[in-house]
Design a protein around this ligand. Structure first.
Ligand SMILES: [Zn+2]
Length: 85
């Protein structure tokens, strides 16, 4: 099997995240592995799924306080906090 190039991997990742809500945690784990293997930074795309259980955020609980946004995963309850610039 031909190894996909970095450009192809990037395209695949972009397409994957355009309908992230239909994906399963297993598929997300796989695409993350693909990104890592090709040294592709996911950047903001990482914020589209729970880093603990890889469940795509569909309707997460979002709270904003003191320039920090906290998002609670609706699947496992894991809270992640991001700085808002
Ligand atoms: Zn989770």
């Amino acid at each position: 099997m031909k190894k996909p190039s970095k450009t192809e991997a990037k395209k695949e990742i972009k397409e994957f995240f355009s309908n992230i809500k239909d994906k399963t945690p297993k598929q997300i784990k796989k695409i993350k592995k693909l990104a890592m293997k090709n040294n592709i930074a996911l950047g903001n795309l990482r914020k589209k799924f729970c880093k603990k259980c890889f469940f795509p955020y569909k309707n997460p609980k979002i709270r904003i306080k003191n320039n920090t946004k906290s998002v609670t995963c609706e699947n496992c309850g894991y809270v992640v906090r991001w700085r808002i610039k």
